[in-house]
Design a protein around this ligand. Structure first.
Ligand code: SAH
Ligand code: SF4
Ligand code: F3S
Length: 476
């Protein structure tokens, strides 16, 4: 509490000195990273800065980094070369935050080769950003503000969201799973859950502002409160609701049920659950809660039991398929999306065929595909049987082809059906066309009008294209 008040005074001090200044922010990571950027924007805007898309005219430039795959690093160092010029022209402050800053070799490289960077901060020290910024602007100091231990959950940092219809709400930080390919547990620390009252209050406030959809975020959302429980903490929370009644929350399933009661909210999504923790109470909650979208993101990573074992995913091919089938049986019309990595060390043709087999069986609505990328400090980086880049790419292309065939086949099934579409706004490319999404997260384009924005309307699907559907609504 003391810390946040102290940070408020830094925000006010900055506000008193700066005049008509702008900031630019580049977000390089996942939705959690984006949500952190919304807080960085919140801090900067409270301190009086206005946002610009043009980094050349920004007085403060923030990069919020990711390190889950190698290309994220290439992107950061490329961008740094670009903003160096701006720094030379106008002396702007350059701040770099996010997961990559938790990697010691990266911070070392930055300090040695990019000395023009003013502030280095991590996800655990985001709350200190006002103080760090003040010291960089006024005291002209170079700041390195990184914590190796897990930061506590801090409430009350202002948040500025760009979208006015859909919002992300972080429900927990960190990850305890240590999948062998993944850097996230090393940079984000152990699982810490937010208090359900804070989550509820944030969602209620979003709904009051007119938001229609929230996505509950965490690296492993269905272990919400689990780590606290295992430490012996009391996780039987009593949340005070809008109508004055009380609601008991002690798990992810009960949190879903609570959020489902929020007035004005139309849709609830969540990413990502871990298949190993997908308990029956969560399935029941998804089924019972009308606002919870009937699309589950269920990360597969690989379809081979051996590779899954080597990845430390703690489920086999059969267990994954059994879970997907159980969910399909219990929840009519449920659809799945997934994440898949190709070219994990030791992946044989047979292993890869198993991945294709699961893809053909589950028929995902959407697949986020990744080529395995070695991450320093992870177990898989040290495995000797790394896969040749060429083979990785051939497999990636093969998986992509299969995924697209399935998407096309599934898109055809939408034609003639009436889908509920949450209208998000005008299409970026054609001003007569409006765009929205089905519950299954498919983009639907249609000829519409401004007053439909933010509404969920039934729409008949008239045609399909690879990446979107075309719809028509009854104009009455
Ligand atoms: N916690 C989430 C995902 C976090 S990272 C989950 O468990 O599903 C998002 C995705 O990036 C992962 O699902 C995985 O498919 C991919 N990914 C993570 N590390 C990777 C690596 N080293 N190489 C390639 N893809 C990776
Ligand atoms: Fe990474 Fe696995 Fe944790 Fe997801 S569950 S963040 S893939 S370690
Ligand atoms: Fe997200 Fe990348 Fe960090 S995926 S949690 S921003 S390493």
């Amino acid at each position: 509490m003391e810390k946040i008040e102290m940070q408020d005074t830094y925000i006010n001090k900055i506000k008193n000195i700066i005049n008509n200044q702008k900031y630019g922010i580049l977000t390089m990571g996942c939705q959690l990273n984006e949500n952190d950027s919304e807080r960085i924007s919140g801090i900067l805007e409270t301190a009086g800065f206005t946002k610009t898309q043009n980094l050349e005219e920004a007085n403060v430039i923030v990069f919020n980094t990711c390190c889950v795959r190698e290309n994220a690093e290439d992107k950061l160092f490329g961008k740094l070369g670009e903003v160096k010029k701006y720094k030379e022209q106008n002396g702007c402050i350059i701040a770099i935050g996010g997961c990559m800053m938790q990697e010691k070799h990266i911070v070392k490289k930055l300090k040695e080769s990019y000395p023009f960077v003013d502030i280095i901060f991590g996800p655990h020290t985001l709350k200190n950003f006002p103080e760090d910024l003040y010291n960089a602007i006024i005291e002209k100091k170079k700041i390195e503000d990184i914590l190796d231990i897990d930061g506590e959950i801090i409430e009350g940092i202002p948040t500025v969201r760009e979208d006015k219809i859909k919002a992300s709400v972080t429900i927990m930080n960190g990850c305890n799973n240590f999948c062998t390919y993944c850097i996230v547990p090393y940079v984000r620390g152990r699982e810490r859950s937010r208090n359900p009252q804070d989550i509820y209050d944030e969602v209620v406030s979003l709904a009051k502002q007119g938001y229609k959809e929230v996505t509950l975020l965490g690296q492993n959302v269905n272990s919400y409160l689990v780590s606290e429980k295992s430490k012996g903490e009391n996780v039987d929370f009593v949340v005070k609701m809008q109508n004055g009644e009380e609601f008991k929350v002690n798990s992810f399933a009960t949190l879903l049920r609570l959020i489902n009661t929020v007035e004005g909210l139309e849709r609830i999504r969540f990413i990502s659950p871990h298949p190993k923790d997908f308990t029956d109470d969560v399935i029941e909650a998804i089924k019972d809660c009308d606002k919870v979208c009937k699309l589950i993101h269920l990360p597969l990573q690989s379809g081979s039991s051996e590779i899954l074992n080597s990845m430390n995913r703690k489920y086999s091919k059969e267990q994954y398929l059994t879970l997907a089938n159980k969910i399909k049986e219990k929840i009519p019309n449920i659809e799945f999306s997934t994440d898949i990595i190709v070219g994990f060390p030791g992946e044989s043709e047979k292993d890869f065929e198993d991945t294709l087999d699961v893809v053909s069986k589950v028929k995902f609505e959407q697949i986020y595909m990744f080529i395995y990328s070695r991450r320093v400090g992870t177990v898989a980086d040290k495995m000797e049987n790394q896969i040749d880049e060429k083979i990785k790419h051939t497999r990636f292309d093969k998986l992509k082809k299969l995924a697209e065939e399935i998407i096309e086949e599934k898109n055809k099934e939408y034609i003639g059906k009436t889908e509920k579409v949450l209208v998000e706004g005008k299409s970026k490319t054609n001003s007569n066309i409006y765009t929205g999404r089905t519950e299954t997260n498919k983009v639907v384009n249609f000829e519409g009008k401004e007053e439909l924005v933010g509404k969920v309307i039934p729409m008949q699907i008239i045609s399909e294209h690879m990446w979107y559907l075309k719809g028509k609504y009854d104009n009455i």
